[in-house]
Design a protein around this ligand. Structure first.
Ligand code: URC
Length: 302
């Protein structure tokens, strides 16, 4: 059967990396990340003709990640991803694009005796900071930053009513419900021409991440939410305003349902509506609401 290789990329995934920074004041900073690099280019012969001449082994990519982390800052992760991606383009003429994905795991500094401890940290949640960078020959570096796994819940201050009703509809309208989601947010930066340009903007990456996190949490808490849809839009609008070099914001929010339980069968216990106190958290199915928010002069519009 005639066939062709329509696309191919390869690399090393789940490369775990830890780097310590020993400061002159005796404090230390630590970073732990999981890195994936995938390369594209003139590599098809490996698939189609068993010719590995142009294959930079995935083990070589792993070693490159370690060496690059030793020789360069790993913070902000956007800059590290850009340096790493550009390295492949600069080093191997037959590689046309390098995809670098980074997951930064949380190590929050411990408070001991009421003071930040110089070298002890704790994992304060499954939330991660993410970066996806692509260095493409002749096209510069594109970067998407994000937040993943930030689990939040509000016990009131959320509604859902006025939605379409037809013969399939069973869901009652509600003016007071539990709202819980695991935030996945991402923001796309205007394309950078070079690693130098990324370096010049390096302050904005941490600021955007802090702003996005704060905006997400504050909006979730403060708004009397009419829907996940509206809440995520308000978040995205504010992130665009806070980060001028961000072109688009994406949210993907599961709606993690908490069902009321009718306990009236037990001695007439009242546990629904205004009397609801004990709920059944659902693992599945969940709602899933997604959107991309861009500046109003951008195209295309929804
Ligand atoms: O915020 C919500 N958006 C929906 O689209 C939806 N659909 C649903 O059943 N519950 C909810 N909640």
């Amino acid at each position: 059967m005639p066939a062709q290789l329509a696309s191919a990329r390869y690399g090393k995934d789940n490369v775990r990396l830890y780097k310590v920074q020993r400061n002159s004041d005796q404090t230390q900073d630590v970073t732990e990340m999981t890195v994936c690099t995938l390369l594209e280019g003139d590599i098809a012969a490996s698939w189609t003709h068993a010719d590995n001449t142009n294959i930079v082994a995935t083990d070589t990519q792993k070693q490159t990640i370690y060496v690059t982390a030793k020789l360069n800052p790993v913070n902000p992760p956007e800059l590290f991803a850009a340096i790493l991606g550009q390295h492949y383009i600069d080093t191997y003429p037959h590689i046309t694009a390098a995809h670098v994905d980074i997951i930064v795991h949380r190590w929050a500094r411990m408070e001991v005796d009421g003071k930040p401890h110089p070298h002890s940290f704790l994992r304060d949640g499954a939330e991660t900071r993410t970066v996806q960078a692509v260095a493409r020959r002749g096209e510069g570096i594109s970067i998407r930053s994000g937040i993943k796994g930030l689990l939040v819940l509000k016990s009131t201050g959320s509604q859902f009513w006025g939605f379409h009703r037809d013969e399939y509809t069973r869901l009652p309208e509600t003016w007071d419900r539990i709202l819980s989601t695991e935030v996945e947010a991402g923001w796309h930066w205007k394309r950078f021409g070079s690693v130098e340009e990324v370096k010049k903007d390096q302050e904005s990456f941490n600021k955007a991440w802090e702003d996005a996190r704060r905006i997400t949490l504050e909006t979730f808490a403060k708004e009397n939410s009419p829907s996940v849809q509206n809440t995520m839009y308000l978040m995205g609008e504010q992130i665009l305003e806070a980060a001028p070099k961000v072109e688009a914001v994406e949210y993907s929010l599961p709606n993690k349902h908490y069902f009321e339980i009718d306990l009236s069968w037990f001695k007439g216990l009242k546990n629904t509506g205004e009397d609801a106190e004990v709920y059944a958290p659902q693992t599945d199915p969940n709602g899933l609401i997604q959107c991309t928010i861009t500046r109003s002069n951008a195209s295309p519009k929804l």
